[in-house]
Design a protein around this ligand. Structure first.
Ligand SMILES: NC(=O)c1ccc[n+]([C@@H]2O[C@H](COP(=O)([O-])OP(=O)(O)OC[C@H]3O[C@@H](n4cnc5c(N)ncnc54)[C@H](OP(=O)(O)O)[C@@H]3O)[C@@H](O)[C@H]2O)c1
Length: 211
């Protein structure tokens, strides 16, 4: 199947490499498309660099928006007309980084990026918050772990989106575990109790119940 990955920086490039190594076909785009072209060249036949963000969605079953929180809404608005009946996967944490490298939390305490993004999507798009719980390095090292696969937590409101994102998570070399609906997605984000954890499925399921 085909997935669009918009944003090919720190986390988007890792997600794209792991999805491609699991057999997914990819359409990539980035701000000026140079990093998307370089990544497509590195991945090889499984990936193409699209002409732009809208072109990345051509023929795609799902889209991963691997973007900083501050540019997410603009890109969603740009592609909104193409998102009906698509799975939209968002790994973004609600963080801003200033010119000096200082990191700040962009949302009031208690509000998650998932809840905000859900309000930005057009009707018919199916949102899953996923692929943002691990740093790029951890994501790469934990993918295809053996004998017990590592878990990637996700949150979504819909069963269909759940099935679709579980397929992508397995393709990337992880065991999917649902934390709950989008209202639970704060648990996956920076500062949440399930962020940056590399665990197997039994431990993951007991952690979910403990909140
Ligand atoms: N990095 C991690 O380890 C990690 C882990 C988990 C979650 N996250 C979350 O994932 C999100 C992305 O983080 P990151 O570290 O990957 O950021 P990043 O390295 O800055 O990459 C951002 C990507 O977005 C692209 N981009 C910017 N504006 C765009 C636009 N208008 N249209 C299309 N693409 C655009 C950039 O394009 P160019 O390449 O052309 O500049 C770049 O490829 C953040 O919200 C972060 O919290 C990151």
């Amino acid at each position: 199947m085909t997935t669009a990955v918009i944003g090919t920086g720190g986390i988007g490039s890792v997600i794209a490499r792991e999805l491609a190594s699991g057999g997914e076909t990819l359409r990539l785009s980035s701000a000026d498309n140079e990093s998307a072209r370089l990544l497509a060249g590195e991945i090889g036949r499984a990936a193409v660099a699209a002409a732009d963000n809208r072109d990345a969605l051509r023929g795609a079953d799902a889209v991963v928006l691997a973007l900083r929180f501050t540019v997410l809404k603009g890109v969603i608005d740009e592609i909104a007309g193409l998102l009906a009946d698509k799975l939209v996967v968002v790994p973004s944490n609600p963080l801003g980084i200033d010119a000096q490298g200082h990191v700040s939390h962009l949302l009031p305490e208690g509000q998650s990026s998932g809840e905000v993004v859900a309000g930005w999507l057009p009707a018919g798009a199916r949102l899953a918050m996923a692929f943002g719980t691990l740093s790029g390095d951890l994501f790469e090292s934990a993918s295809n772990r053996s004998p017990e696969p590592a878990v990637l937590f996700y949150a979504t409101d819909g069963d269909r989106a759940g099935e679709e994102v579980e397929r992508l998570i397995r393709t990337a070399g992880f065991e999917p575990v649902r934390v709950g609906g989008i209202e639970q997605s704060g648990r996956l984000e920076v500062g949440g109790d399930l962020h940056d954890l590399v665990v197997g499925s039994p431990e993951a399921r007991s952690l979910i119940g403990r909140a």
